[in-house]
Design a protein around this ligand. Structure first.
Ligand code: COA
Length: 331
């Protein structure tokens, strides 16, 4: 059976940069509070006319150009997002249309911050079994239009940003390279600790003025519990990846964690025992872009020359659900 390799990556963020000082003019917060609690200095927000699918398209065109491929070379789209452009259909078909394609399957993965690794697991299974050869794996989010930009929503509004990152995946016959493993986890007992209640068909009607007045269409988070569980479960997922592949922390060239919060990433680094140069962090520029954060960070790390052929890459994520996941990749 072939392994799955990363053929090319790409990312795109909107031009509009929003600083912490700009947020502090919208709500009762401060640059110091945001930087100390999260490590975030700026994030990008979409402007009129931009959508999740348009960000994903721009990221895809960069990756295709790097791989010297055309959209028609793609066999399948796996689109990971928790901020779809519309309630239905899924965003994969909107991206397919934006790429000028009409005849490839497009699946949406709704696993929030763990979405990219969940999607990688799906793509990896399809590639290894030969069902699809060239899979476009997308993580793309538009959070800014959903944030409560008043003091009521400040605990979440300061954390999230918009952006898209993609990877083009395909089979390699080199047995030493490619995706070595993916490990996926979920525990729905914590579903309401980071969630958006409405619109939802658990409500009748599924959206109403009352639901909106109560702010139930906004992301609500139990920040302390999210922090506590992320600090424990992300390292556990990394340990699962290391153990399954008989590798030690010293063997890891680069850990690319989901960029949720600098303090959470520091806890993960400490728990695993990694040096600073083994962990990639870019949250200061983009904030938490949920399913897009890992592919954005991975693409930046590659552009900085942080991974060479044969290096060991580990990915880890944690988010709403709770869901968490890891992947090990021999580059
Ligand atoms: N600016 C200023 N003050 C804020 C604020 C903001 N943006 N957001 C919340 N506060 C206030 C709170 O209201 C609270 O005020 P109070 O003491 O008067 O009630 C105070 O700051 C401290 O709140 P606390 O809960 O102690 O802060 P914290 O140290 O736990 O940090 C988070 C809050 C959200 C930064 C932190 O819990 C966290 O990082 N959680 C994980 C979030 C995350 O990564 N989510 C995505 C996971 S994928």
């Amino acid at each position: 059976m072939p392994r799955t390799e990363f053929i090319a990556t790409g990312f795109h963020v909107p031009d509009r940069v929003v600083t912490n000082d700009e947020l502090s003019r919208m709500m009762d917060t401060s640059d110091e509070w945001i930087r100390q609690r999260s490590g975030i200095r700026t994030r990008h927000w979409v402007s009129d006319g931009e959508t999740g699918a348009s960000l994903a398209r721009a990221a895809t065109l960069k990756a295709l150009a790097r791989a010297s491929l055309k959209p028609s070379d793609l066999d399948c789209i796996v689109y990971c997002t928790c901020t779809p452009d519309h309630f239905e259909p899924g965003n994969g078909v909107f991206l397919e249309r934006e790429l000028g394609l009409t005849d490839i399957p497009a699946i949406d993965v709704r696993n929030q911050c763990s979405g990219f690794i969940y999607g990688l697991s799906v793509a990896d299974a399809w590639i290894r079994t030969g069902q699809y050869r060239r899979v476009l794996l997308v993580g793309a989010e538009v959070h800014s239009r959903g944030l409560d930009k008043t003091t009521r929503g400040r605990d979440t509004a300061v954390l999230f940003g918009d952006g898209a990152g993609v990877a083009i995946l395909g089979p390699t016959d080199d047995p030493r390279r490619g995706v070595l493993s993916t490990h996926l986890f979920a525990d729905g007992r914590h579903a309401e600790k980071l969630w958006v209640d409405a619109p939802g068909l658990a409500h009748d009607p599924y959206i109403s003025e009352e639901l909106i007045r109560e702010g139930r269409h906004r992301a609500v988070m139990d920040g302390r519990d999210v922090f506590k569980f992320a600090s424990i479960l992300m390292p556990q997922s990394v340990v699962a990846a290391l153990q399954a592949n008989c590798i030690t922390p010293a063997d890891v060239t680069l850990l690319v964690p989901h960029q949720a919060n600098r303090r959470i990433m520091e806890m993960v680094q400490k728990a695993i025992g990694l040096r600073d140069d083994q962990v990639y962090v870019n949250i200061e520029k983009y904030g938490n872009t949920t399913a897009a954060s890992i592919p954005i960070a991975l693409d930046e790390a590659l552009c900085e020359g942080r991974l060479e052929r044969g290096d060991l890459l580990v990915l880890t994520a944690f988010g709403s659900g709770f869901t968490w996941a890891s992947a090990a990749v021999r580059w």
